[in-house]
Design a protein around this ligand. Structure first.
Ligand SMILES: Nc1ncnc2c1ncn2[C@@H]1O[C@H](COP(=O)(O)OP(=O)(O)OP(=O)(O)O)[C@@H](O)[C@H]1O
Ligand SMILES: [Mg+2]
Length: 300
């Protein structure tokens, strides 16, 4: 399948005095799962809504395959979207899908297929009003999949899923992308989608903060070593001779060495005959990196 890319270019959306999205530019490529991440109120849902024509941009463009959603022929068969679901509580899951089937141009058989795909076959006849949050998420996803689309735009789809559900969604989306599809999946939790996404687009306060592969984001987790020695002079000359550019004395008997491992520093200290009373490796978690990117002003 030759799926279209998603391109957001200079997108701005203001609601009265609130700039929900401000000059946002990024691409989500075909054959990849792109995580669209940021804290509450960052502008994720607003951007995804603009992509499927639910809101019109104040400025800029939100394009799928180079076109705005309204310009895409047979859009429900090309683009599937899931937003925080509002289902008619009295309807069954199957009934809900049947009402959407004509719009997606599909038959009742396809409704049963997608119910099976999301694991709702047994519950298909029950009232949606009695569904758990995870079951509603699954039904939302089933709705997005009805038209057998090449592009999936999913707003917080992993939210509320149990571990088995998250595992299933991960496998499903990875497979969808491996077959060439385009996936843009929002979340306010990096940990929730960390193992699912190939690329990340991180936003905060409506603005782009970071965009890279997941691998490059992982490389931002820096590691450092804290060494303690009672021999002040020996410690000073040790770091001056070995770690001049990466070490800082944090007390007369303690030094912090950035970008180093405990193993490497321990071996060097041993070779130099430096008496050590402490050697501790400290590594920023991915969560810390995410926090830093979303709370600081600078973009990367
Ligand atoms: N229809 C609207 N009218 C007024 N303000 C809105 C509207 N939609 C969104 N906003 C505002 O725009 C900002 C971004 O909201 P948005 O829903 O896009 O964030 P989000 O990243 O999806 O957050 P969350 O993680 O909580 O879902 C918020 O300040 C929100 O209050
Ligand atoms: Mg949202």
């Amino acid at each position: 399948m030759d799926a279209p890319d998603i391109e957001v270019r200079g997108l701005t959306k203001t609601f009265g005095s609130v700039a929900a999205v401000n000059d946002l530019t990024f691409t989500a490529r075909a054959g990849r799962v792109t995580g669209f991440l940021g804290p509450n109120g960052a502008g994720k849902s607003t951007t995804l809504r603009a992509l499927v024509g639910l809101i019109s941009p104040t400025a800029g463009e939100a394009l799928i395959g180079g076109k705005p959603y309204d310009g895409i022929a047979h859009a429900p068969q090309r683009v599937g979207a899931q937003f925080e679901a509002a289902f008619h509580p009295g309807r069954s899951a199957r009934g809900h899908l049947l009402t959407y089937a004509p719009l997606a141009g599909v038959t009742a058989q396809r409704c049963d297929e997608v119910l099976a795909m999301v694991g709702l076959t047994e519950a298909a006849g029950r009232r949606v009003g009695g569904y758990s949050m995870g079951m509603r998420q699954r039904l939302g996803l089933a709705t997005a999949l009805l038209g057998d689309p090449q592009v999936l735009i999913l707003d917080e789809s992993a939210n509320g899923l149990d571990p088995a559900g998250v595992h299933w969604l991960r496998g499903f989306l990875r497979n969808f992308a491996a077959e060439g599809g385009t996936v843009l999946l929002s979340s306010h939790l990096l940990s929730e989608v960390e193992l699912t996404v190939d690329d990340v687009v991180i936003v905060a306060k409506g603005e782009l903060r970071h965009s890279s592969s997941m691998e490059d984001l992982r490389n931002l987790t820096s590691s450092r070593v804290e060494v303690r020695s009672p021999r002040q002079e020996a410690l000073e000359s040790f770091i001056a001779s070995r770690y001049l550019d990466s070490a800082t004395l944090t007390s007369p008997t303690t030094a912090r060495i950035d970008g180093a491992s405990a193993q490497e520093v321990g071996a060097a200290a041993f070779a130099d005959g430096l008496e050590l009373h402490g050697l501790e490796q400290q590594t920023d978690s991915l969560e810390t990196v995410f926090m830093r990117l979303t709370t600081e002003g600078a973009s990367a």
